[in-house]
Write a protein that binds this ligand. Structure first.
Ligand code: SF4
Length: 347
């Protein structure tokens, strides 16, 4: 397995069979997983040193027209608490975030039909005007190319749209009422064409996913070369059809993060909130697998619990914008620190 890790490190790629062998071994062999993670950490440090970028996450709306099987915000979940932030509430979040030192704001939300291009472009343009030095990241799901373009021209810089599953059958099983994998990939291609720094990614451990599926995901990521990659564990939400399923395997998440770091050394890779929710040490373990970004929650405190894609989401303490000193102290325990720069992809 050492040769495979060395090959991945030097070439940035592995064939299907080798990737499958490496992932399978990582799931059961501490030594191999550690070899892989050590190599990924060395690569991340060469690119980013010991600084971890922070992004202020603003959860715009818990309304969603989609029905993804794994998500607590799915439209069929009648027990979900719904809210949407107003323009002024978002600007208040930005004001507080800027004061705390954030230089990237991430607007994330369900696919809320009331978020017209006009409303969103006005919001993005106001953010751009009032905070000209920040990066604006959007994570608002599938929209048309014209919509993506209007938002880009209004001042957005980055767009996160997880592909969720590169395998068509798995994708369809998780998104039975969706527009299909081809449409998702078309959206990602539009975003890249327009000029966004584009993010993709997937959950590990969702029902029906096999190691072969993860290999397909990793190979799609390697082919599409996104600037950002978000990988986290599946976490069940009891009010969804997958509520009784077990959470994803921490080891496989860490292995996938490390592999992506070695495939795309310059990529911006968050140590996800889902990872911090799965394990008390998850955030640090993600960083010690090659991640270089964390996304503290900057949403108004009274709505954080309502944005529940999965249950028991970490959105307080070190996962909260107001907990930056606790985050800094935690990072220092492994020799890292917060990097307050806006942290664009270095093309
Ligand atoms: S995963 Fe996203 S698109 Fe799917 S139901 Fe949840 S919020 Fe909506």
């Amino acid at each position: 397995m050492r040769e495979l890790v060395e090959q991945l490190t030097s070439l940035g790629r592995l064939d299907n069979v080798s990737l499958k062998a490496l992932l399978s071994q990582c799931a059961k062999d501490d030594h191999v997983l550690q070899l892989l993670r050590d190599s990924a950490v060395r690569t991340a440090r060469e690119q980013f040193g010991l600084g971890i970028y922070i992004r202020g996450l603003i959860e715009l709306s818990s309304y969603c027209r989609c029905d993804c099987l794994y998500c607590g915000l799915r439209r069929s979940n009648r027990s979900a608490e719904r809210y949407r932030l107003t323009h002024d509430e978002v600007m208040e979040c930005c004001k507080e975030g800027y004061r705390l030192g954030f230089r990237t704001f991430v607007l994330q939300g369900g696919e809320d039909g009331t978020h017209t291009d006009r409303w969103l472009t006005e919001l993005v343009a106001t953010m751009r005007r009032e905070y000209p030095d920040v990066a604006i990241t959007l994570s608002l799901g599938e929209r048309g190319e014209e919509s993506y373009r209007a938002l880009y021209e209004a001042g957005a810089n980055r767009y996160l749209l997880r592909h969720e599953a590169a395998n068509e059958e798995l994708y369809e099983s998780l998104h039975p009422a969706g527009r299909g994998l081809r449409h998702r990939l078309d959206c990602l291609e539009s975003l890249k064409r327009i000029g966004y720094q584009t993010g993709m990614g997937m959950m590990i451990g969702v029902k029906g996913q096999t190691i072969d599926h993860i290999v397909e995901d990793l190979q799609l990521i390697e082919r599409m070369r996104p600037e950002m990659v978000g990988i986290g564990p599946f976490l069940p939400h009891r009010a969804t059809p997958l509520g009784g399923e077990p959470a994803g395997d921490l080891r496989l998440v860490l292995a996938a993060v490390a592999i992506v770091r070695l495939m795309l050394p310059k990529a911006l890779i968050p140590s996800t909130t889902a990872l911090a929710t799965l394990s008390p040490t998850g955030r640090l373990e993600g960083i010690l697998s090659g991640a270089n970004v964390v996304m503290p929650n900057l949403s108004p405190s009274d709505i954080r619990a309502k944005y529940a894609i999965y249950e028991n989401k970490a959105s307080w303490g070190k996962e909260a914008a107001e907990g930056l000193s606790a985050l800094e102290a935690e990072l220092q325990t492994i020799g890292y620190h917060i990097d307050y720069a806006r942290g664009d992809f270095n093309f």
